[in-house]
Design a protein around this ligand. Structure first.
Ligand SMILES: [Zn+2]
Length: 560
């Protein structure tokens, strides 16, 4: 009996051992099968480490392994999709840390004024576009730049005769001023008796007539009368935006927008239509609703997260509404404007910070940046330490003494290098030779230990990271006037720029555990480029073509 019992136990143990080995066999064979492998790549897995791999295996939306072709081919079976990178450079998907995503998508189908080079072209583009829209429909976006034709501001008389039946409110490319036609003034019930608005300005002719130009807060006089886009228009705008950025290698964006925008993203998420990962901010006065949205999206969703609370400290350089400590060099009557009084702005920062939100403030002028750093300092003192990752969006003009404070206070400088190719043409005229030395001061910020996260500010500027990298590295301006770079001391390297578009972008949205580098366990978001941006002349980086963009193991753009 004893023996028999022993044998039964033995047999039982044998069965259990066999079962265990079968399950572990199943487990290991499952682990060894990839849904996708990329071979023959020149994979830069981590821009800060600069190590390169030949191949990568992907399971679901996650990276399984990196190695040589031989090491990775072990993960292949008959169902594995194989991408042959043909020796091309593969980098982590670009993270664009500052976009206005829906406006960008919608502007793709609106009147295109951004590259209008003359007053005549500005007029004829509007004339031609007006023929394509129904009477009564608003003409919006546009994104014109009066610096293209010698800085004469447009007036409504230029276009009134072509747009009698269509209210028009087209923005300057920086979004800080816009031109209304007479039909728009009528629709908004605004006439020459309108009063000035705090934090904004209204352009008037010598005779006191409205020219049609409204700046910053005054823009709401018109924009509050524009009917909202339909849900369908938003959905199409989002789809156009996602496709467009995918073709430029962008796999994640930080969206600067409103609570309503988050609803558009949630709708797309529910329908499984997102192909770009979105971290969405909304405006601070809505902070309670941002908290609700944070709960709804969760902080672990791979596609959509709410979290940032944004306010504007000031306006823009091009509109002369960026707040400086000293007056503008070409207009001593103004030193810009603050969107809110100092007390009000501090209160908003403290409120959003104590609610546990990431505070994100737009600051362009050196005074605006100085004040925001003060407010952040006060928030840390008052609300105590935590991993809050304050951000300043643009951080465009800094007082030299403020540069080290970014590191000291743990403030992320969220900057858009392409803007300098644009502003560099005329910024010195506006603020003089001394202040331009700490304009877009990438090198000084890095030297002081600050974290730089790069983005585009699309729709304002093109959402093309390769153009942004070239801008940061060469600091050449659009007019070709600064071949050695505009304020060349502030140039940075290709590697530093790529870190700002990947690793630091992930950090800026609390996503470094799953994005920014290509490592086992992280999301399979990557881009194949047609050349190695580290070994070509810097002034040709923008000619680099994206061959393929992959988000979560799915090809979302293929140039072929
Ligand atoms: Zn912006």
């Amino acid at each position: 009996m004893k023996n028999n019992v022993f044998c039964v136990l033995c047999f039982g143990a044998l069965i259990i051992t066999l079962m265990l080995s079968i399950t572990s066999c199943n487990k290991s064979s499952a682990r060894l099968t990839a849904d996708m492998i990329l071979i023959n790549g020149n994979i830069l897995a981590d821009a800060s480490e600069m190590g390169r791999f030949e191949a990568m295996a992907v399971k679901g939306d996650t990276i399984l392994a990196l190695g040589t072709n031989r090491e990775i081919e072990k993960y292949q079976d008959k169902n594995t999709k194989v991408i042959d990178a043909g020796g091309k450079l593969v980098v982590p998907g670009f993270i664009d840390s500052h976009v206005h995503f829906l406006q960008g998508g919608i502007s793709l189908s609106s009147v295109m004024l951004k590259d209008a080079k003359t007053k005549e072209e500005f007029i004829s583009r509007i004339r031609d576009f007006a023929k394509t829209v129904k009477p009564g429909e608003w003409i919006l976006e546009g994104n014109w730049d009066h610096q293209n034709w010698g800085a004469e501001l447009p007036v409504r008389e230029w276009i009134d005769q072509y747009t009698p039946d269509n209210p028009l409110f087209v923005s300057r490319s920086d979004g800080h001023m816009a031109l209304a036609n007479t039909a728009a003034l009528k629709a908004a019930g605004v006439n020459r008796n309108v009063k000035d608005i705090e934090g904004g300005s209204i352009e008037r002719s010598a005779g006191g007539e409205l020219t049609g130009i409204f700046r910053d807060n005054a823009m709401a006089l018109i924009s509050s009368h524009i009917p909202d886009y339909s849900a369908d228009q938003y959905d199409r705008g989002l789809e156009a935006a996602m496709k467009y950025v995918a073709s430029n290698g962008v796999t994640s964006v930080d969206h600067m927008g409103t609570i309503a925008d988050i609803g558009v993203f949630q709708r797309a998420l529910k329908a499984g239509r997102l192909i770009t990962r979105i971290y969405s901010t909304a405006l601070i006065p809505d902070y309670k609703r941002i908290q609700e949205k944070m709960k709804e999206t969760g902080q672990d969703d791979r596609w959509l997260k709410a979290g940032g609370a944004k306010i504007f400290a000031d306006g823009s350089l091009g509109s002369h509404t960026a707040a400086f400590a000293e007056p503008y060099s070409d207009d001593p009557s103004t030193s810009g404007l603050l969107m809110y009084g100092e007390k009000n702005m501090l209160a908003q920062v403290l409120m959003a910070d104590s609610a546990g939100l990431q505070v994100v403030v737009h600051a362009i002028g050196d005074r605006a940046n100085h004040l925001v750093l003060n407010f952040y300092q006060e928030a840390i003192r008052k609300n105590g330490p935590r991993d809050r990752r304050f951000r300043i969006e643009h951080a465009q003009h800094l007082l030299p003494s403020d540069i080290p404070r970014f590191k000291e206070l743990g403030v992320i400088a969220s900057m858009q290098p392409w803007h300098l190719t644009d502003d560099g043409r005329w910024a010195e005229k506006s603020i003089g030779p001394e202040r331009i030395k700490t304009t877009y001061c990438f090198r000084s910020l890095l030297h002081a230990g600050a974290t730089l996260a790069f983005g585009s500010d699309w729709y304002v500027a093109p959402p093309v990271p390769l153009e942004g990298i070239q801008a940061a590295v060469t600091r050449q301006t659009l007019d070709g006037a600064n071949t050695g770079g505009w304020v060349p001391a502030e140039k940075i390297t290709v590697q530093e720029a790529l870190i700002a578009y990947t690793i630091n972008g992930a950090y800026a949205s609390f996503d470094e555990h799953r994005k920014g580098t290509l490592e086992p366990g992280k999301l399979a978001d990557f881009v194949i480029l047609d050349r190695d941006i580290f070994s070509i002349p810097h002034e040709t980086i923008k000619d680099t073509k994206v061959i393929m963009t992959v988000v979560g193991g799915k090809v979302v753009y293929n140039s072929e």
